[in-house]
Design a protein around this ligand. Structure first.
Ligand SMILES: Cc1cc2nc3c(=O)[nH]c(=O)nc-3n(C[C@H](O)[C@H](O)[C@H](O)COP(=O)(O)O)c2cc1C
Length: 313
């Protein structure tokens, strides 16, 4: 699946992902109003007859969006699956469940997963430290996090998320107990992702060392591209830990929307991407990417793994 990405997950990408046989998620609050989300859902439906979902992220905000109104539109429009993420999703998950929606809750700790399940979440998306977006406070990589979740939550369907970009990782995640994988950054570097080509080129040219973390002192850690603006934000945060006021000017969403959709300048805003940029080498179509990943994973499952077992017998 392609998780919701603020200012990236519009109809074009979501429909392409679903048409390729995976499933895409629109980001609800990228749309300025619930009615604009309704239009985006309808625009996506015009581009695909396949299922797609909507992402709802509950992140700290000076003026939080009216989530319940977005949820009413999601239910009204007949969306069947929602990806939730962020803080205190419980009351929203309960409303979504009453609306007959399958809820995938994305989180980084077993404690948060258990809370979401108690409120009715159906599937847990396990987000490793490698991920773009919000890797949490504990700095644990996906290789370890998946078996930890599997042991703590027997029988709960798991999705592996964070740092995934090729078929060997899909095969590995299935071996580790996941039923699916979630990718964000890898889908940004596709033909259909509706963002500036400079951003895509930067993802291809950069390596796994070129991300960094901000907002940890505000308990809202975010992995971002390591550029001058991110380093300035980090320095401001170091000078006054826990003070959003000193960092706000650097992380303004309006700046990053401008980089993604107008200027293509990769240096003058703080924007998210994951360590998986270390293995992103091209900008294929979504269909080419999904087929390649599934093909690689199938070949590992059918040839490499049976070969390894046979060699041991
Ligand atoms: C530019 C960008 C914006 C994102 N915005 C959101 C968001 O609004 N809500 C959310 O739940 N996840 C968001 N994510 C995280 C993705 O949905 C996904 O969980 C993450 O990218 C997985 O890690 P990966 O990038 O290593 O594949 C974002 C990721 C990126 C790259």
């Amino acid at each position: 699946m392609c998780g919701g990405m603020h200012y990236v997950s519009y109809a074009e990408l979501v429909a392409a992902v679903s048409n390729a046989g995976a499933i895409g998620f629109l980001t609800a609050v990228t749309q300025p109003t619930p009615e604009k989300l309704r239009e985006e859902i309808r625009r996506t439906r015009a581009m695909t007859s396949k299922p797609f979902g909507v992402n709802l992220s509950f992140l700290p905000a000076a003026k939080p969006p009216d989530y319940m109104s977005y949820i009413r539109v999601i239910i009204d429009e007949g969306i069947k699956v929602v990806e939730t993420a962020g803080n205190n999703p419980g009351k929203y998950i309960e409303v979504l469940k009453k609306g007959g929606i399958t809820v995938i809750h994305k989180c980084v700790t077993v404690r948060h997963a258990k809370t979401a399940l108690r409120h009715g979440a159906d599937i847990i998306s396990v987000d490793g430290f490698e991920c773009a977006g919000h890797p949490g406070m504990d700095d644990v990589g996906l290789m370890l996090l998946l078996p930890i979740f599997r042991r703590a939550l027997p029988g709960v369907p798991l999705i592996a998320s964070g740092g995934i970009g090729d078929g060997s990782q899909l095969a590995a995640c299935i071996a580790l107990g996941a039923g699916a994988v979630n990718m964000g950054t890898r889908f940004m570097a596709t033909k259909e992702a509706p963002i500036h080509s400079n951003i895509k080129r930067t993802l291809v040219e950069s390596d796994q060392t070129q991300t960094t973390l901000i907002l940890k002192t505000l308990k809202n850690t975010e992995r971002v591209f390591k550029n001058d603006m991110a380093l300035k934000a980090q320095a401001a945060e170091r000078a006054k830990p826990g003070d959003i006021g000193v960092i706000r000017e650097y992380i303004a969403g309006s700046k990053y929307r401008k980089s993604f959709h107008e200027t293509g300048d990769t240096t003058d805003s703080v924007w998210s991407c994951g360590q998986v940029i270390g293995i992103i080498d091209d900008v294929p179509s979504v269909q080419e990417l999904v087929s390649r990943i599934v093909g690689e994973a199938s070949s590992i499952a059918q040839s490499t793994l049976p070969g390894a077992v046979a060699a041991r017998l």
